[in-house]
Design a protein around this ligand. Sequence first.
Ligand SMILES: O=C(O)CCC(=O)C(=O)O
Ligand SMILES: [Fe+2]
Length: 314
Amino acid sequence: MPIPIFDDQISSDVENENDNDKGTPLVREFPPIEHFRIQNVPPAAYYIPDFITKEEEEYLLRKVEESPQPKWRKVGTGRRLQYWGGTMSKKGILLPEIIPDFLTSFPDIIERIESLLRDGSIKGKEKMGLDINQVLVNEYLPGQGISPHEDGPAFRPLVATLSLGYHTILDIHHYLNPTKPSPPMTSQVESDTESGKTIAAIPLAHLLLMPRSLLILKSSLYTSHLHSISSKEEDTIVHRTLSDSVSEDRIVKANGGVEIANMELLGDAEVIDSLKNTGEWTAKRDTRISLTFRQAEKVLKGGALGALSNALKR
Ligand SMILES: O=C(O)CCC(=O)C(=O)O
Ligand SMILES: [Fe+2]
């Protein structure tokens, strides 16, 4: 059911955000996080379809677009990004800033992510809690991507990415370990990273990220793997076993198509039907905005207070 609170009048009236006349936000119940675990990838990744509603998606897209121009930065390849919650010093310390209300209270995306993780913590086991203090916004136009990288040790190895606007495919890569035999799929060498480690030529897994979904990467998938998005204008996915009526020949012809690891969790009727009927699904990319929620481990002391007093002075 749509949340009846995101009309123009309300969203432009930022000062009154805590007033009751906005209606009561819908409390969404999610099954325990284990339900969303992606199988057959290193531990651990979780894919939650429809984590937000269409109305929330439109509202967030508008807020990102309306951000003051200086908030946008451009990286070498032309991709634009924004940081909310502060930027990192050269020494990997967060110089904190206040995170805007459209991510904290209206809608309460941060609390929703934190509570999903909190509720998923298994007693006596590794803590799943996250205290989100930075949100990275990436904008991808068709044909733009991000090359294989690690997000690095400055953050807790538990990050959540919300996709808005259009789909993309995130590739997971692993390093070739010279002391261990490579899996059969890693016979070619792609590139050497700054650390001198070599990345396997073929991604370990492909994850289809649909708009409004949340992807959580954790533990070794964060700390010892890389991720990337290829610079494409169109994606094709294939599935070999979903429908017996589609011949192997036909599927092989779906040029450049990839099999995705989060197929079982997609929950998208259009994609599943297409895979069942034709063995493939192809879609053009359009502008995708991603919001990556994470926790910098080190935060400049007194920084948040400073940021608050600055905000009050404005
Ligand atoms: O857009 C995404 O889904 C991933 C973004 C990312 O990996 C990054 O900015 O470090
Ligand atoms: Fe990343």
